[in-house]
Design a protein around this ligand. Structure first.
Ligand code: SF4
Length: 281
């Protein structure tokens, strides 16, 4: 914890110089500061992480948080949100953590429209364990466990999330901070399951900076509520080593989220009690 009122804790930061996690942390901090000025209390935020380089972010924030297990950030976040629907729960996860170990949880949280925000630090490599391939590593990726290169295509996460029923799907890039910041804010304010796939620079094991700098562009968000448009935008890039790569909110729609707000649950509970009493009177 930090002695002053800063959102950043005193914990020693061990991310590598040039790591995109710094930019994600900065963007989240700036959004939380802005929301605090608009009346959201700091105590209303809860951060949850999985395991990986990304996960240290919860140590580096001076906020309520839960450092969970590998791949289990979503069930923990879901439990917190179900226990107290008034909280704003932000899940941080890595691409190995979320798209391999935790994939089943991700699909079902999207399907249920659990009202949480998921920020995937997608560096397309297992950084903490020094460079193994993940579900979003490109075909041919050479890592310590795959010196001859991988012979399987990457998973198109955007298509998968749209197919799972996610009500907010977006992609951002850790070097485009103002854009990333705007998307994080919209995701936090979205009522329902919001997912941001952040192309995060891993400066040490898979540095894609030049490729992303050249290939990413901000796509139009004029038709974000149209599912077919979202699918077409999501298909524009298949996580290969060929661009161009659209960024932005691809899909945003309203579907009744889970859980209901506390007041609504209370009203439902009182209605149920009244019905029971009427039946016995
Ligand atoms: Fe960041 Fe990669 Fe270093 Fe991990 S290994 S801290 S992802 S640069």
């Amino acid at each position: 914890m930090n002695s002053d009122n800063s959102l950043i804790s005193d914990a020693k930061n061990t991310w590598c110089p040039g790591c995109g996690n710094f930019a994600i942390q900065h963007a989240v901090k700036s959004v939380i500061e802005e929301l605090e000025k608009e009346g959201v209390q700091r105590e209303e935020f809860v951060l949850v992480s999985g395991i990986g380089c990304h996960a240290k972010i919860v140590d580096y924030f001076n906020l309520n948080s839960f450092y969970s297990l590998h791949g289990r950030t979503i069930p923990v976040a879901t439990g917190i949100k179900m226990a107290n629907p008034d909280l704003k729960v932000i899940c941080f996860a890595g691409d190995g953590d979320l798209y391999a170990e935790g994939l089943d949880h991700l699909i079902h949280a999207a399907k249920r429209n659990i009202d949480i925000t998921v920020i995937c630090h997608n560096n397309r490599v297992y950084g903490l364990t020094t460079g193994q391939y993940t579900p979003t590593s490109p075909y041919g990726f050479r890592g310590k466990s795959t010196p001859d290169g991988i012979h399987e295509p990457p998973l198109n996460i955007i298509e998968m999330l749209l197919g799972s029923g996610a009500s907010f799907v977006a992609r951002a890039y850790s070097k485009k901070i103002p854009h990333l910041r705007r998307i994080i804010r919209e995701a936090i304010m979205h009522p329902g399951f919001a997912h941001i796939d952040v192309l995060q620079i891993c400066a040490t094991f898979f540095n894609m900076t030049r490729f992303y700098d050249e290939q990413t562009y901000e796509s139009s968000e004029a038709n974000v509520s149209q599912f077919d448009v979202a699918c077409r935008t999501g298909q524009q890039w298949d996580y290969s080593d060929q661009g161009p790569i659209p960024l932005g909110i691809f899909y945003k729609t309203f579907r009744t989220p889970l859980p209901e707000k506390r007041e609504e649950r209370e009203i439902d509970r009182l209605k149920a009690v009244r019905t029971i009493l009427q039946n016995y009177s």
